[in-house]
Design a protein around this ligand. Sequence first.
Ligand SMILES: NC(=O)c1ccc[n+]([C@@H]2O[C@H](COP(=O)([O-])OP(=O)(O)OC[C@H]3O[C@@H](n4cnc5c(N)ncnc54)[C@H](OP(=O)(O)O)[C@@H]3O)[C@@H](O)[C@H]2O)c1
Length: 186
Amino acid sequence: MSSAADSLSVPDAVGSSPVIGMIWAQTEAGVIGRDGGIPWHVPEDMAHFKATTTGHPVVMGRRTWESFPEKFRPLPDRTNIVISGSEPSAFPGAVVVGSLEAAIEAAGASPGAEEIWIIGGGQVYADAMALANAALVTVIESAEDGDTMAPSLDVDWALAALTPETGWLESSGGSRYRISLWTRRP
Ligand SMILES: NC(=O)c1ccc[n+]([C@@H]2O[C@H](COP(=O)([O-])OP(=O)(O)OC[C@H]3O[C@@H](n4cnc5c(N)ncnc54)[C@H](OP(=O)(O)O)[C@@H]3O)[C@@H](O)[C@H]2O)c1
């Protein structure tokens, strides 16, 4: 599958190190989650997520960690950093911290720290808007309702790449989708 990350590398687009990227998938209305999960199935987006984040630290909130089936967590070949006020023993295989700032510090000391990926959910993206320099956003052509929303990328953000440049990609899961790479304006 080709993606925005293939046509333009995220480090090149950001132009400074480290990349502190947020990665998410949303509907056109901005829904990212419902009832503790994601209300669509787009295997190509899961492959894109894996290809982008493998080898780099990933930062997530407690509810996003809990959204992964136990057998899939921690996400392999990535330092998993979970933000939570809960007991660290509740997150086997993860580094547990109490704030986003502590998560970024732990990520900076992890293998592959030239790219740090913030993987959700809504609460963590909202906090991370102030310190991230990239957002890799998959838009799913879907009218699903949800209870968790993506943050708004305001005038501080510029579109760096869009795949495809017009229209949509077709998922084997039946949905159409496109991938956009946004960078924070200098
Ligand atoms: N579509 C996508 O790409 C995508 C990606 C990721 C997640 N999601 C979806 O998003 C939903 C989960 O998002 P969410 O907003 O409900 O939860 P979340 O951001 O994943 O986790 C929230 C929890 O993280 C901890 N936390 C977050 N920020 C903190 C801070 N600054 N300081 C201390 N603790 C902090 C707290 O844990 P404690 O309560 O333990 O203290 C808080 O309750 C799910 O439906 C999931 O499937 C979608």
